[in-house]
Design a protein around this ligand. Structure first.
Ligand SMILES: NC(=O)c1ccc[n+]([C@@H]2O[C@H](COP(=O)([O-])OP(=O)(O)OC[C@H]3O[C@@H](n4cnc5c(N)ncnc54)[C@H](O)[C@@H]3O)[C@@H](O)[C@H]2O)c1
Length: 323
């Protein structure tokens, strides 16, 4: 079967890494990318593969446009990354999160259902986050059966989109998978996010603001390892299943900041502790047993190597920094 795959949000961080990975691994697939190019989207993230893909600038909430794309390109698979993704923005301007993340996801699913039909075997992978599970204390891990318990407008909107996706499997028997991953790091990330943001400030010799006491824990996943997991889910994921994806790399935020300063040869005196983020989740940690056992996925990049590779990439591609 010819694979004509719609990838949404592939001008952003994870989507662009995925589009590179996928177009190199499966040159026979036709990749159609739909991205609104919000402040977070950057068409240059796709420069290296622009001749191999079809790019459409537009909104996933635009039902008529999504319908037109499905019909024109005979779409028979969807990998859905497009989202408003920054927690701090969701505290300041929450409505756009509900609009894009919930209504946009719903629009894609409804078009898929109308074009493919109920019970279709065509795959729809919905990319979500571990933040839908809320927060952990010092112990325990998120599994696929952990209660959905989001705390920020961002994670609540992602939880809403997960539930719509789940409902399209339960009600219409669509071939949906949901993936919930931990914090990704790697090339092509917008400089609003922790790692490129801190590198930018350090290079400018500005203070590096660290929320609260900096002891919050995130579970870091190298973006290419994430792409490999999505590849497995797209091809082999069991209809209707949710898969957690995480690298077992728990780090405190302050550790990441200190690592960056060390690599750049800057003093820890640049660190400034600031008032904590509202509703700041303490700890995220993924239990990836299911995807390992069912689909044979293993993260390959050690955090110690991945973080150095990432910092060095931003140093070599400083147009991605805010300097
Ligand atoms: N970055 C992470 O660490 C992380 C962790 C867990 C889950 N996720 C999820 O992974 C997905 C990708 O995250 P990211 O970090 O690459 O995000 P990003 O912000 O870097 O990219 C999002 C992309 O979506 C596009 N977009 C936004 N609204 C759109 C709309 N209405 N229509 C079409 N395109 C639109 C943007 O232009 C951008 O290119 C998101 O669904 C996010 O929730 C990310």
């Amino acid at each position: 079967m010819t694979r004509n795959i719609l990838i949404t949000g592939a001008a952003g961080f994870i989507g662009s890494n995925f589009a590179h990975y996928f177009s190199n691994k499966y040159p026979e697939y036709k990749l159609i990318i739909l991205d609104k190019l919000t402040y977070a989207g950057n068409i240059h993230n796709l420069d290296k593969i622009i001749d191999k893909i079809t790019f459409v600038q537009g909104d996933i909430c635009d039902f008529d446009l999504v319908m037109k794309i499905f019909k024109e390109y005979d779409i028979n698979g969807v990998i859905h990354f497009a989202a408003e993704s920054h927690v701090d923005n969701s505290i300041k301007t929450p409505f756009i999160f509900t609009q894009t993340n919930v209504m946009g996801t719903h629009t894609l699913l409804e078009v898929a259902k109308q074009v493919w039909g109920e019970g279709s075997e065509n795959k729809f992978v919905h990319i979500s986050t571990d933040e839908v599970y809320g927060t952990l204390g010092e112990e325990g891990y998120f599994t696929e059966t952990t209660r959905i318990n989001p705390n920020s407008p961002y994670s609540a909107s992602k939880a809403g989109s997960d539930l719509i996706a789940r409902a399209y499997f339960e009600t219409f028997k669509m071939n949906v998978n949901i993936t919930n991953c931990s914090n990704n790091y790697g090339p092509y990330q917008h400089h609003e996010k922790l790692i490129p943001h801190m590198i930018s400030l350090a290079l400018n010799n500005k203070k590096l603001p660290v929320y609260g006491d900096g002891r919050n824990i995130r579970d870091w996943l190298y973006v290419e390892d994430h792409c490999k997991a999505i590849d497995l889910v797209f091809h082999n994921g069991v209809k209707g299943e949710r898969y957690n994806i995480g690298g077992h790399n728990e780090k405190r935020n302050i550790e990441i900041v200190k690592l960056i300063l060390k690599r750049l040869g800057k003093s820890e005196d640049l660190i400034e502790y600031v008032t904590d983020r509202k509703g700041h989740d303490y700890r995220y940690a993924i239990d990836p047993t299911k995807i390992k056992e069912q689909l044979g996925w293993e993260p390959e990049t050690k955090f110690e190597d991945g973080i150095i590779k990432t910092i060095d990439w931003y140093m070599e591609n400083q147009e991605y920094l805010d300097i």
